[in-house]
Design a protein around this ligand. Structure first.
Ligand code: F0G
Length: 435
């Protein structure tokens, strides 16, 4: 068995066939992950092959995910199953102004918002959709704070699958909802929050035989490993000291940790960077869990609240994986207030880069980690911006025009505001104004 599913729980580790439709270990209920026999992996040869593929016109080589397919070999016939929109291929961007704001010498963003549907979800969804095709599934489903649903809708449409999405009514940005509608997903707005809907969707998936594409799906995690593989390739395999990422359902940081461990184990990199997760203050159960030093008790946030709706999650399913990855990397968990996120977001915008609110938690959190001397000003940091600036324009307009308020009603100050000015159609008056 060269590719298999395996229970993530160290005390269990039961293996299952790679094509079994399960999301949790039938024996102990633990999370599942994909495992492989990587014997014979030749790191220097693969590094060369992956570089050569950048010059290829083959769709799978052009994909910034499938280019690295040797590190997630769960399919027997990749060509027949892969659904690609040329995802990945996202840039590393230096941001001196954001570095100065955080109090660090240099800062690099890896901007996943450059993906086809504008978020990092595409890296995982291309693999999740491929597995759905391989299994002969007809319908796929997810609950989402917006980006997963936009991505799943696009990949399902491209792969000839029927997408059904469940979203918390009134709690996702219009940009994301609009994408799901445009890509043709059957869209159900449920009067409940993300955590409640996830339970509902899991029941429905089982009852109706619909394939679940939330990040509990191990193949999503396999695809999201490519964010790290591509990042290391772009850094010529010299790992940074820290990788900073926002945390919601905690699938992404789980994927990052798995990728880093595998890259180290296979000799692609010589050490694993520390992982820093940043949550929004009103939806920070993982932050509180880390503060108490981990353990077997994870206390969910029953009423998560944040304007960064992408990470408005109180009961993250992947917390056991995420904790293993953060703690074994020597990393940390931080939280950021609504004001801190909003200001950090405007600073990232002023760099000419821009991102959605959840992504800006990275810079807000990094600034605090530097102030607390957890991260040193001389260390090399890559922060992952998870979503595109156009995902939530309403938030941007409100911030810059001093109309943004936190969920508890507190006004958010536009400390880096840039309000538009209404002027008469008069060259003299406008010249005066601009002088
Ligand atoms: N950033 C953005 C822009 C997101 O959309 C999400 C998650 C995260 C960060 C957090 O990632 O869940 O892997 O810790 N959005 C999910 C969704 C939950 O439904 O789109 P995570």
């Amino acid at each position: 068995m060269s590719a298999y599913l395996v229970c993530f729980e160290p005390a269990c580790r039961t293996r299952y066939p790679i094509d079994e439709v399960i999301y949790n270990c039938p024996k102990c209920g633990g999370l599942l992950e994909a495992g492989y026999d990587f014997t014979g992996t030749d790191a220097p040869a693969l590094k060369r092959i992956w570089r050569e593929r950048r010059m290829s016109n083959q769709p799978l080589d052009q994909s910034g995910v499938w280019r690295y397919r040797e590190l997630f070999p769960f399919l027997l016939n990749v060509e027949a199953c892969a659904v690609t929109l040329r995802e990945g291929n996202t840039p590393l961007l230096n941001a001196p102004r954001a570095a100065q704001y955080a109090g660090i010498n240099t800062l690099t963003f890896k901007h996943q918002g450059f993906n086809p549907t504008g978020s990092f979800k595409d890296n995982g969804m291309t693999c999740g959709a491929a597995q759905a095709v391989r299994l002969g599934m007809k319908r796929v489903a997810c609950v989402s704070t917006g980006n997963t649903s936009a991505s799943m809708a696009a990949y399902a449409a491209a792969g000839g699958l029927q997408p059904i999405i469940f979203i918390p009514h009134g709690n996702i940005s219009y940009g994301k909802l609009a994408q799901a509608l445009e890509y043709g997903a059957q869209t159900l707005q449920v009067e409940a929050n993300f955590d409640q809907i996830l339970k509902l969707v899991r029941e429905l998936a089982e009852r109706l035989g619909i394939y679940l594409l939330n990040s509990i799906n191990p193949f999503r995690i396999e695809g999201q490993k490519s964010i790290i593989i591509e990042m290391m390739d772009q850094l010529d395999w010299q790992p940074p000291d820290w990788i900073v990422v926002p945390g919601g359902n905690l699938g992404n940081v789980s994927a990052f940790g798995k990728a880093l461990r595998e890259l180290k184990q296979l000799g692609f990199i010589d050490r694993v960077p520390k992982l820093a997760v940043v949550q929004a203050h009103g939806a920070a159960p993982f932050f509180r869990y880390a503060q108490q030093g981990g353990g077997s008790r994870f206390e969910a946030e029953v009423h998560p609240e944040t304007l960064a709706t992408a990470i408005k999650i109180g009961d993250p399913v992947s917390w056991p994986k995420a904790w293993l990855e953060v703690s074994s990397s020597g990393g940390t968990v931080e939280q950021a207030t609504e004001q801190e996120i909003a200001d950090a977001k405007a600073v990232i915008g002023a760099c000419g880069i821009g991102c959605e609110p959840a992504s800006a938690a990275t810079l807000a959190g990094l600034k605090k980690l530097i102030a607390h001397q957890v991260v040193g000003a001389g260390e090399r940091v890559v922060a992952v911006l998870t979503g595109n600036v156009l995902k939530d324009p309403d938030y941007i307009y409100r911030y810059h025009t001093a109309q943004l308020a936190a969920p508890d009603g507190t006004a958010i100050q536009p400390n880096f505001g840039n309000s538009p000015v209404v002027v008469p159609n008069d060259a003299d008056r406008i010249s005066e104004l601009l002088a």
